[in-house]
Design a protein around this ligand. Structure first.
Ligand code: SAH
Ligand code: SF4
Length: 357
């Protein structure tokens, strides 16, 4: 359990069902948990509307829980309206989350760990190693904080409609807390995200994929594929040595998908590494029988990176060849590059020039 210095459990680690049970065992009305979920996750209030619940319920809640959220955040706004948050955690560590705009709506890209143990050779986060797992309260807390900021600073926004676990960390390496955070964000009384509006991206961490089949709610899964063969995939993603591509794909095939559901395959396109016509054909062959959506991410450079971004022509050609195989192919528009908020550029070290939001 996530206890604070005062010995209290952090409220934001609990699912709606758990809070209902807690309320029942304390003879509180079921309205109490519903009200708090609404206040925090739906309306992103700074504090609950205590006047709406009984004095006894308020006292019990205050004796039992702390309501600490990550923060205060430093906020960077990019010229394209992307917003990057740097959150300070209770132990002084920090993580980032990014709001990505799309027609007045936002996708929130959240982190699941401080750093990452997977050490992918193209990833800024990977260069720092794993510092620690985030708790569910810190994952759900990124959502509340980002929503609070949107309400205050972007008046006519339509809110956060999608959440992607594509910030720092390998979500399946922190399975329990990520699963818990998904349940919290799915709760109808609170954020009420639909299952298909949450996407968990993995580099193919097999122990998590095995558990996914029976334990995860029916949220979307995205696999960072990045190469059609094990030799180059291992060069990019070292754990591919332990969990080779064919085994990862077999495990993913076993994950039950709901109606009209698909698996997203992300493909980091790197100049003269995995961007040839032959590679595009090999990818098409590999995925042609999967319910795939193929998402090309042109490599985002960062200081000290060993790879280069392919040209726009090369990217378009690669996309065109893969799309001949009949599944949807998208090229991810790079957002927020002027503030290093794009995929793989997140690193939890405070860079100079960050302004308080
Ligand atoms: N650990 C998970 C999720 C976080 S990374 C995973 O690896 O899937 C989210 C996405 O950003 C992954 O597809 C990852 O490969 C990609 N990424 C990492 N570094 C990148 C970079 N420098 N440029 C573009 N995409 C990058
Ligand atoms: Fe970790 Fe994903 Fe970065 Fe690899 S790409 S180091 S798994 S965050």
């Amino acid at each position: 359990m996530n206890r604070t210095a005062h010995g209290l459990d952090n409220f934001f680690q609990f699912t709606y069902e758990e809070l209902q049970l807690w309320g029942q065992s304390n003879h509180l009305s079921s309205f109490t948990a519903a009200q708090l979920f609404k206040d925090f996750y739906k309306h992103a209030l700074m504090a609950p509307r205590w006047q709406r619940i009984s004095i006894r319920a308020k006292q019990l809640l205050e004796q039992s829980f702390s309501f600490d959220l990550p923060g205060p955040a430093h906020v960077h706004q990019a010229s394209d309206n992307t917003v990057k948050f740097l959150f300070t955690l209770e132990d002084g560590q920090s993580v980032e989350a990014v709001l990505i705009p799309f027609n007045q709506k936002y996708t929130l890209c959240i982190s699941s760990q401080v750093g990452c143990a997977m050490g992918c050779t193209f990833c800024h986060t990977g260069t720092q190693g794993l510092i620690r797992n985030l708790r569910a309260s810190e994952i759900a807390g990124q959502y509340i904080r980002a929503k609070q900021w949107l309400i205050q600073h972007r008046k006519n926004n339509a809110g956060i409609t999608n959440v992607v676990f594509m910030g720092q960390g390998e979500p399946l390496h922190n399975f329990d807390e990520v699963k818990r955070a998904c349940h919290i964000l799915l709760a109808r009384r609170g954020a009420s995200l639909a299952e298909y509006k949450i996407t968990v991206s993995t580099c193919g961490y097999m122990p998590g994929l095995v558990r996914w089949q029976t334990e995860m709610p029916n949220v979307n899964i995205a696999l960072s594929l990045h190469a059609p063969d094990d030799i180059r995939r291992t060069q990019l993603i070292p754990i591919n040595r332990a969990y080779p591509l064919t085994e990862v794909l077999r495990e993913m095939d076993a994950i039950p998908l709901g109606k009209k559901r698909y698996i997203t395959f992300e493909y980091l396109l790197i100049d003269r590494f995995n961007d040839s016509d032959e590679d595009a054909l090999a990818i098409g062959e590999l995925l042609k029988s999967s319910p795939a959506i193929f998402n090309i991410i042109p490599f985002n450079p960062y200081p000290g990176a060993q790879y280069q971004r392919p040209s726009a022509d090369r990217t378009t050609r690669f996309a065109a060849i893969v799309s001949r195989f009949g599944f949807p192919v998208t090229v991810r528009a790079t957002k927020g590059t002027d503030i290093l908020a794009a995929c793989g550029q997140l690193k939890s070290i405070t860079t100079h020039g960050i302004e308080a939001g």
